[in-house]
Design a protein around this ligand. Structure first.
Ligand code: SF4
Ligand code: SF4
Length: 556
């Protein structure tokens, strides 16, 4: 950053060093090397906070690398990150704890018939670790001259007047004690002023949601989320060989929904190879679950114990674990300027998961994140002398791109499932574009006093799970988690729902201490933000802690 006497100043400030933000920086720097581009990220190292499915459609990434990193196909990094492709595409239906049916032929048939469901085919896609992919993109960005600054957490987006134009981003104060008092090493978070601000923070980004509110952006339908929990398991060579290095499993049904009686939640399990005798297992559950005693980790335990999965991982050792949310609301939940329809406003652009570019019919968003990043880079290059037109140009490009084609094709899908439940909703959603936009409630409003069945046999070991995420924060800092009204916990939530945050937080952050629910273990937080979206009384607010804290994912 070019420094002047009062503040730092940069031409383009990207918030978030994930695939979308880095794709934006790489694209822009390849087109206009003379523009100074800075990417800030709250994690200690790019990739540390990235966790994904992660089956990646290659096209957008190839375009990005072809334009920015000559000879990338021959590099060791390429072999390490993109060395595995899907050959065996298992789409399974699990009925109870033992039965499984490969229903891939239905997806294939849907594809032949031109139905939207036919998009859920992964053959030929890369099987990637998003943490590794992000580290690689970070390296490419640096080599092009992008300033990548990990450990820089944005606390506030500063607007320039009331027209929605941003002046820059204020960073988090460092060196406060638990009560907010200044320690000797206190450093006030400086303001980075910027001509363009790119919001690429991932799902439910703090600055993105601030900007949506401050600049008056709107969603046609509330954003719906899902919660993903994932483990990487070291298995025996025989098990790994049996699973194969080229297979992905997506499973629906048990343990989160059944055709007749029992739970009815949207989502499913995933299983894929990581390499070197490691297998990733995960469970993704729509956050509109209604069971007040439900924890996605319980569903993960049940999934791992299903006969089909157990076969490959029994006796294995969990070596890494993590959690994150995914934006599922699709086309109707993309935040837009109420007047012009731009995705962002003026000189502020919203990308990737921050915009909600996940195609739920493919259960994939990584390719759209990269593609939207590239479009943002191109739009900024074109409008460099007219920054107030950047969001409009970016939106124009997105509207004409594959990103929005996919978003339109999956329009209404998640809302239909939310409205009717997975059993009825998924068949109805075949009608695709013919369906109306159903009004849906926010995820937290779905909570009821119903209990989740089937119960797992044992309590999930959250301590070990959290240790495997290697999460770290400086203990003596103000809590980044706030319970707005403890009285609501005492008089409403605990008597009615038995304080669900204690159960569903994957890191065991919330505890009852002297009859009060508190975020007692905030330093364990995995930054998944589930609590902010699932507390049934909308009573929790998540803000960023000091930069450099949080999980340290290596192969997620
Ligand atoms: Fe309930 Fe939310 Fe209070 Fe937790 S924070 S006890 S979920 S109201
Ligand atoms: Fe996720 Fe909230 Fe728990 Fe942190 S405290 S791990 S954001 S649910």
């Amino acid at each position: 950053m070019a420094k002047n006497n009062e503040y730092n100043k940069v031409s383009v400030l990207v918030v978030g060093a994930g695939p979308a933000g880095l794709a934006c920086a790489i694209q822009l720097k390849s087109e206009k090397p003379e523009i100074d581009v800075c990417v800030i990220d709250k994690s200690a190292e790019p990739g540390n906070h990235n966790l994904s499915g992660a089956v990646l459609e290659a096209e957008a990434l190839h375009r990005l690398l072809d334009s920015a990193a000559a000879g990338w196909r021959d590099s060791d990094r390429c072999q390490d990150v993109l060395g595995k492709k899907v050959e065996k595409d298992n789409v399974m239906f699990f009925l109870g704890k033992k039965l499984s049916f490969n229903i891939f032929f239905i997806i294939n048939l849907a594809k032949r018939l031109g139905l939207n469901f036919g998009q859920m085919i992964h053959k030929g896609d890369y099987i990637v670790s998003i943490s590794k992919l992000t580290r690689w993109l970070g390296q490419i960005a640096k080599e092009l001259g992008v300033e990548v600054l990990p450990g820089f957490a944005g606390a506030d987006i500063i607007l320039d007047g009331s027209n929605g134009k941003a002046a820059g981003v204020k960073l988090v104060d460092q060196g406060l004690d638990r009560e907010g008092g200044k320690l000797p090493n206190f450093v006030e978070g400086e303001v980075i002023n910027s001509r363009f601000v790119v919001l690429a923070e991932g799902c439910d980004g703090l600055l993105t949601e601030q900007f949506i509110e401050k600049a008056g952006l709107q969603r046609q339908s509330p954003q719906l989320y899902s919660v993903g929990v994932k483990e990487i398991i070291k298995v025996s060579s025989e098990q790994y060989e049996k699973f194969g290095d080229d297979r992905v499993v997506h499973a629906m049904g048990y343990p989160i929904w059944t055709p007749f009686v029992g739970p009815g939640m949207f989502g499913g399990g995933i299983c894929y190879p990581v390499g070197d005798d490691h297998i990733a297992v995960g469970m993704i559950v729509g956050a509109d679950w209604k069971y007040c005693d439900f924890n996605p980790q319980d569903a993960l335990t049940n999934f791992k114990n299903h006969r089909f999965i157990k076969n490959f991982i029994d006796g294995g050792e969990v070596v890494e674990a993590g959690a994150k949310m995914i934006p599922e609301g699709g086309y109707n939940a993309v935040p837009r300027d109420a007047g012009s329809g731009t995705i962002g406003k003026g000189n502020v652009l919203i990308l990737g998961d921050s915009a909600g570019f996940v195609n739920m019919l493919k259960i994939k968003g990584l390719h759209n994140a990269i593609d939207s990043g590239m479009k943002a880079g191109q739009a900024i290059a074109e409008t460099f002398d007219r920054p107030e037109t950047a969001a409009a140009r970016y939106t124009e490009m997105i509207e004409q791109s594959n990103v929005m084609e996919e978003m339109r094709s999956a329009k209404n899908f998640r809302q239909t499932v939310a409205k009717f439940g997975p059993l009825q909703g998924m068949p109805i959603s075949i009608l695709g574009g013919l369906l109306p936009k159903f009004n849906v409630e926010k995820d937290f409003e779905a909570m009821t006093i119903a209990g989740y069945r089937p119960e797992p046999n044992q309590q999930f070991d959250k301590d070990t799970f959290t240790a495997m995420a290697a999460t770290e924060h400086r203990e003596e800092q103000p809590s980044h988690l706030t319970i707005l009204d403890p009285e609501v916990c005492r008089t409403k939530c605990t008597p009615l729902f038995n304080s669900p945050c204690i159960t569903f937080c994957p890191a065991g952050v919330y505890e009852t201490i002297h009859d009060e629910v508190e975020p007692a273990n905030a330093s364990n937080c995995l930054h998944c933000k589930t609590c902010q979206r699932k507390c049934p009384f909308d009573n929790i607010r998540w803000t960023v802690p000091e930069g450099g804290g949080g999980p340290r994912y290596k192969r997620m």
